[in-house]
Design a protein around this ligand. Sequence first.
Ligand code: PXP
Length: 239
Amino acid sequence: MKRLGVNIDHVATLRNARKSFHPDPLLAAKRVIQLGANSVTIHLREDRRHINDKDLQKIAKDKKIPLNLEIAANIKMLKIALKNKPNFVCLVPEKREEVTTEGGLNLKKNKIKIKQIISKLKKNKIRTSLFINPNLQDVRLSKELNTDCIELHTGKLSELIKFNKKFTKELNKIKKSSKLGYQLGIEIHAGHGMDYKTTKILSKINYIKEFNIGHFIIGESVFNGLNKVIKKIKKLSNN
Ligand code: PXP
């Protein structure tokens, strides 16, 4: 069975549009778990454009919510993570101007820093993940960095599928990267830009243990409700 992590950042985007309290990310976190998600993902961006520190504190405090915190790989964010003690941390690259996380981490450039952060998180019993592009070199580097998990960036694949372009080459990269990661003993996750169609296609890769999906689930719930959307994604993940 593949696990599902629901990213609720865009519940905060909607709330922030009115600089108010509704809809509340904590309530959304509780609800998606009740509805069958295995974890909740939030990305505390450096510019706090959606989830803020208070949201993180409140969600992390509720121990019934398995929490995956996405953060940039730097000491300031590490300290925030250690203070709030989420169950899982996924390190992601972050550029202030980007609309969303555009690519995987540059592991080669940030090797020493990432290794230190992973070690600190693991000492604090926090499961670690690295958001990487699907290529064999980055999978091997991830192993050297001693991470528990990697999350393969599916953004490119999702775009190709959405625009009815040829996607076999990109899908093969994800297949090969997940196989190598699995053989190296790393737990494999996948996420970014996923919808029903991408979920169904990626569900066939048995090496992948977890999907992390946000924008589509929150957006589609406007029409069909969280309950139906989560159920359908879970069904497609394990078909
Ligand atoms: N995984 C990671 C590491 C991400 O940074 C994001 C976006 O914040 C997602 C998954 C979810 O992407 P989407 O919102 O496009 O489903």
